[in-house]
Design a protein. Structure first.
Length: 147
């Protein structure tokens, strides 16, 4: 179900990212157009982060990117929301980074805030969005780890 992403996965990862953002964050449109997002997934995401995919019947339906201390990206195709694949990705991230993890989510994304809170992440800081590309208020969340 969860596997390390390969360069061949980039287009499917981009599709999940785009579809999930459109469905889940309609009030926070992406700054970049779809071709730019696809290029970024192909040239940056897989090579500069620990990128993972979640599959259902062989098809990529979720993606996650980890840095040393952060869940940088986690998106699930809207057709697979509520089926446990996002939870499986978070569990994988926690196993990979047992010392703890942080992440940002947009303040308007109540679904994500509730999801991460249910997985032990606490809201530790709120911002006006001045430091993100979208200029949308966001929230820093933290899971303290098992150490």
């Amino acid at each position: 179900m969860i596997a390390r992403a390969t360069p061949d996965d980039a287009d499917a990862i981009a599709t999940v990212w785009i579809e999930s953002r459109k469905a889940g964050l309609p009030t926070v449109p992406p700054v970049h157009d779809e071709p730019a997002i696809r290029r970024w997934c192909a040239t940056h995401l897989i090579s500069h982060t620990a990128a993972y995919v979640g599959r259902d019947k062989g098809a990529i339906v979720a993606m996650m990117a980890l840095s040393d201390t952060m869940i940088e990206q986690l998106y699930v195709a809207p057709t697979h929301w509520g089926r446990g694949i996002g939870s499986a990705l978070v569990a994988h991230a926690k196993a990979e980074r047992p010392a703890g993890l942080s992440l940002f989510t947009f303040a308007v994304n109540d679904r994500a805030r509730q999801f991460y809170a249910a997985h032990g992440f606490a809201e530790i800081a709120h911002s006006d969005g001045a430091d993100n590309e979208e200029r949308a208020p966001d929230i820093l969340m933290r899971w303290e780890g098992t150490a």
